[in-house]
Design a protein around this ligand. Structure first.
Ligand code: ADP
Ligand code: MG
Length: 322
């Protein structure tokens, strides 16, 4: 099968979106950007053996690749519009392509973000996805807006991504139920798109947690010229993590493990009522974990110690709960 047959058979998903007059098959896709909106886009590349195991289920690789890109759109408060795919394949493998394209199509349909073009080449297995979205002009959520006094919030549990990797490598044995939960969190991270949209006009700064809380909140702090004080006891951790690992093991996952794809965002005082409104809604699982302060770096509110992604020792014992 040549490149053109591969594209036709596996990646010409088609779309009936009114925003997309021209999709896969021409030299370029043509997209209508709604009036009053800005185009918001980002690209992520996943390399086999580096970002995922080469023998992982191709449908799950596809699902994860698209979801992590959608998570970047969520962090900007953007609505998904469409995406393109750069696919490098070592050889033609019909079963792999069937699984990959099915996982990709299902995820694209779930998030109403169709595939509109790409490039197909031969070489070491590599997947690049560029997701496009829109946000009202001037309304995208940026990293650089945090101000002293803002509350620091997180959209859900941290540490699951790193715990999932530990189960995959055999380092963390867990029961079938927790394995299913962690696998799901790793391969099907939920891009926080509806929260991202609701945070427009509420959050001062936002980022998705792909590299770990300290690294990603650190980006907000650096871009905004501020520091943060964090209550470690308030960071949400799933029961699948708390149940199966001691604190010395999970704390570095929570602070420094990536792959969680929660949103970390800051909310200024005048918007706290709106924040409480979101926190009261069943749809979301937001926790307030700290405040933005003057200075730089991220400190424990407990004792003022500067936090590092690994080896933070001064932590009060917490109860097991989710
Ligand atoms: P060109 O040589 O003009 O770049 P290509 O042969 O690379 O054209 O691509 C032909 C069409 O197929 C284009 O519309 C391109 O966007 C699309 N395409 C190529 N590879 C992929 C892919 N992996 N997924 C989706 N669309 C693809
Ligand atoms: Mg091309």
């Amino acid at each position: 099968m040549d490149e053109f047959q591969i594209i036709k058979q596996y990646f010409s998903h088609g779309t009936d979106s009114s925003h997309i007059p021209v999709s896969v098959g021409d030299d370029c896709a043509v997209i209508n950007v709604p009036a009053g909106s800005q185009l918001v886009f980002s690209l992520d590349t996943l390399v086999a053996g580096v970002h995922f195991l080469a023998d992982a289920d191709p449908a799950e690789i596809a699902s994860r690749a698209l979801r992590v890109n959608l998570s970047d759109l969520a962090a900007m408060g953007a609505d998904p519009l469409c995406f393109t795919l750069g696919l490098t394949l070592p050889d033609f493998d019909a079963d792999w392509l069937e699984g990959f394209s099915k996982g990709l199509r299902e995820t694209a349909e779930e998030f109403e973000c169709p595939l509109v073009g790409g490039d197909t080449t031969r070489g070491p297995l590599t997947i690049s996805i560029q997701a496009q979205g829109t946000a009202p002009t001037g309304g995208a959520l940026l990293r650089r807006g945090a101000q002293v006094g803002d509350l620091v919030c997180i959209s859900g549990p941290l540490g699951d991504g790193a715990a999932a990797l530990a189960t995959l490598s055999g380092e963390l044995p867990v029961d079938a139920e927790d394995l299913a939960y962690l696998n799901d969190r790793f391969y099907r991270p939920m891009p926080q798109l509806s929260l991202g949209k609701k945070l427009r006009g509420i959050a001062a700064a936002a980022i998705d947690v792909s590299d770990g809380l300290l690294a990603d909140l650190g980006h907000i702090c650096q871009s905004s010229g501020v520091g943060a004080d964090i209550d470690i006891d308030r960071i949400p951790v799933s029961s699948a993590v708390l149940k199966n690992s001691p604190q010395e093991q999970w704390l570095p996952w929570v602070l420094g493990g990536g792959d969680d794809y929660q949103l970390c965002f800051t909310v200024p005082e005048e918007k706290t009522q709106a924040l409480y409104g979101l926190m009261g809604a069943d749809e979301f699982d937001i926790s307030i974990i700290g405040t933005i302060v003057e200075g730089e770096g991220i400190r424990s509110r407990h004792d003022g110690a500067l936090l590092a992604a690994s080896g933070y020792q001064h932590f009060s014992t917490r109860k097991t709960s989710s």
